[in-house]
Design a protein around this ligand. Structure first.
Ligand code: PLP
Length: 391
């Protein structure tokens, strides 16, 4: 049987057309974009075309798009430069951020003495925006607010416009990690007064090793990699032309199909929730994961009603790839911060989180195979429980 890939929030397979576009660049457009001769200028034109395409998608100007190597680098650049160059003394963030934001914020605290304030989520994973407003009103310190648009473990979405407006009214800078939502959702940054955002191509069927940062022109942000004048001096280093072209092709395919993919994938998600709810008694869904419009349509985070730290491995042995957001407090895998925030003690001890993430390539047949495998694993726990009760 073919293997089943249900871990699209970790990364997505490359589209054939993306591979073809990249191979063309590798074979033909090998020039250095900084060279003034025709080889260089042809490569430069390819980059600028993609920059314009990204800018059109986000309704911003091309000068506000800075190509980087990935989402991690974009987030590092933004947060570090806010502290190092823009005088940020305080960062308000949440404990649910991706490690590349969480660790960078901690690094700024340790090395630069930045004050860090965490907005704690409630059990649904929601953040209290009144609290954010209160924190911003009660301090004169120059503040950066860093809150992700879509959570990569449970899929919760924040109201980007509302948060951006609160930040603007209170003169705080606003950075949002949009790695999970870019190219999956329509985003109009001319309507949302945010300052910085990040993107990574491998989350939407593009190549690894390429992403970009959106940097509002008026912000004055600087780069953290110094050297040549590439990327308007915000990111020195010879550009990854083939990666940028791959990003552009992947974005083009996503945007051309955005409505169709969204409704197809949402239907797959609904089917998954329906089948899991019918077949695994006691199953729950984490955060806002099962709620339409409040979470990403590309993933669902389930909470299985038994404790099985080996579930990812067991499914992998059956040829099914998912991600195991671990809630265990001991053993080999560390508990996920997101799960620690939203689950109670009893859930942490007796249940297993499982992230199932989809793409337009996912089929209901694949979901049926996953559900059958989970039913089998779940029934082995039922048998164990019954044997124990009858001893
Ligand atoms: N931010 C979020 C929300 C992510 O899910 C990821 C990757 O999983 C990243 C940032 C890091 O992106 P990259 O893999 O491009 O460094």
């Amino acid at each position: 049987m073919d293997k089943i890939y249900l871990d699209n929030a970790a990364t997505t397979p490359l589209s054939e057309e993306v591979i073809d576009a990249m191979v063309d660049v590798m074979k033909v457009n090998f020039g250095n974009p900084s060279s003034t001769h025709s080889f260089g200028q042809e490569a430069k034109i390819l980059i600028e075309n993609v920059r314009r395409e990204v800018a059109d998608y986000l309704h911003v100007t091309p000068a506000e798009i800075i190509f980087t190597s990935c989402g991690t680098e974009s987030n590092n650049m933004i947060i570090k430069s806010c502290v190092n160059h823009l005088g940020v003394e305080r960062i308000i963030t949440s404990p649910m951020e991706h490690k590349c934001v969480a660790e960078t914020v901690l690094d700024m605290k340790k090395r630069r003495g930045v004050e860090v304030v965490y907005l704690r989520p409630d059990q649904k994973g929601d953040l209290d925006l009144n609290k954010l407003e209160e924190l911003l009103k009660n301090s004169e310190k120059k503040t950066l607010v860093s809150l992700m648009h879509a959570n990569n473990e449970i899929g919760n979405l924040i109201d980007l416009k509302k948060v951006a407006e609160i930040c603007k009214e209170n003169k705080a800078l606003f950075h949002t990690d949009t790695v999970q939502s870019m190219a999956h959702m329509k985003l109009d940054f001319s309507e949302i007064p945010l300052d910085f955002a990040s993107c990574s191509a491998h989350k939407f069927h593009g190549p690894k090793g390429i992403g970009f940062a959106f940097v509002r022109k008026s912000s004055g942000l600087k780069g953290i990699i110094t050297g040549g004048p590439q990327e308007r001096t915000l990111r020195a280093g010879t550009e990854n032309v083939c990666g940028i072209v791959g990003l552009g092709k992947a974005l083009e395919i996503s945007l051309n199909n955005i409505t169709e993919y969204a409704s197809y994938i949402q239907a797959i998600k609904d089917y998954t929730i329906e089948r899991l709810s019918a077949e695994i008694p006691g199953i729950k869904f984490n955060g806002r994961s099962a709620e339409k419009d409040k979470s990403l349509y590309t993933l669902v985070s389930a909470l299985l009603p038994f404790k099985d730290p080996m579930i990812g491995l067991k499914l992998d042995m059956k040829g099914i790839a998912v991600s195991q957001g671990s809630a265990c407090s001991s053993g080999a895998s560390k508990p996920s911060m997101v799960m620690m925030m939203i689950l109670d003690e009893e859930e942490m001890q007796n249940s297993t989180p499982l992230r199932i993430s989809f793409s337009h390539l996912t089929t209901t047949e694949q979901i049926d195979v996953l559900v059958d495998a989970l039913k089998e694993i779940s029934s082995s726990f039922e048998i164990e429980k019954t044997n124990f009760e009858h001893r």
